[in-house]
Design a protein around this ligand. Sequence first.
Ligand SMILES: Nc1ncnc2c1ncn2[C@@H]1O[C@H](COP(=O)(O)OP(=O)(O)OP(=O)(O)O)[C@@H](O)[C@H]1O
Ligand SMILES: [Mg+2]
Length: 234
Amino acid sequence: MAGYNEFVPDDANVIDISGLKKSYFLGDMEVPILHGIDLRIKKGEFVAIMGPSGSGKSTLMNMIGCLDRPTDGKVLLMGKDTNVISDNELAELRGFEIGFVFQNFNLIPRLSAYENVMLPTYSNAKKGMDTSTRARDLLKLVGLDDRMGHRPPELSGGQRQRVAIARSLINDPSLILADEPTGNLDSKTSAEIMGIFSDLHKKGRTIVMITHDPEMEQYVDRVVHIMDGYVGNN
Ligand SMILES: Nc1ncnc2c1ncn2[C@@H]1O[C@H](COP(=O)(O)OP(=O)(O)OP(=O)(O)O)[C@@H](O)[C@H]1O
Ligand SMILES: [Mg+2]
């Protein structure tokens, strides 16, 4: 699949969400979480999503990344309606165009940092890419040159976070979705991580980052506030 970023105009909406609703069902009881969200994010934007714990930020991120299906409403991702595209197309989008940094990292404990970064390439590798060299380069980029062979239990929280970021970049995605990438990090490490995201932003990546930390506002183009499942002024 050709890189999305190369083929669309600069004002294209990478994410175009309308009327998005999500409920969870506990037995027969419907628990509405997202109440009808409209949100557009353009190519190359760096957007922070902020809101209190439990307001639905991760739920929204999961919908954007097609990890879960909406109860109602539309999610267009890179111009494609995720409700109607084929499973193959969806797998390609997820595998090649989107990099995820999960709130709990989702690293595999028995694999080394290097192997964790390589993991997405075992199922989806970009043709012609030297994935092994790229994995090493990304680990260097996030400052883990000397920790490539360590497994996650042998790494600090900040170091695990960096492995998760390196892994999200392995297939050179045009869209990065990061759920609290600086959560639980000290301010120095947070600034380093944000430096990495700023560089990626300068290189044209679209970044959507969930955060609790008002300090992060300085790095982003726009803040979207979410409260009780609604998007406020932005
Ligand atoms: N799988 C699920 N089943 C039922 N309820 C869920 C499920 N996942 C999330 N919820 C509920 O949905 C609401 C929103 O959760 P979500 O994880 O999106 O919040 P959040 O804004 O990311 O919070 P935090 O800042 O703590 O990460 C919460 O009340 C949560 O209990
Ligand atoms: Mg969350």
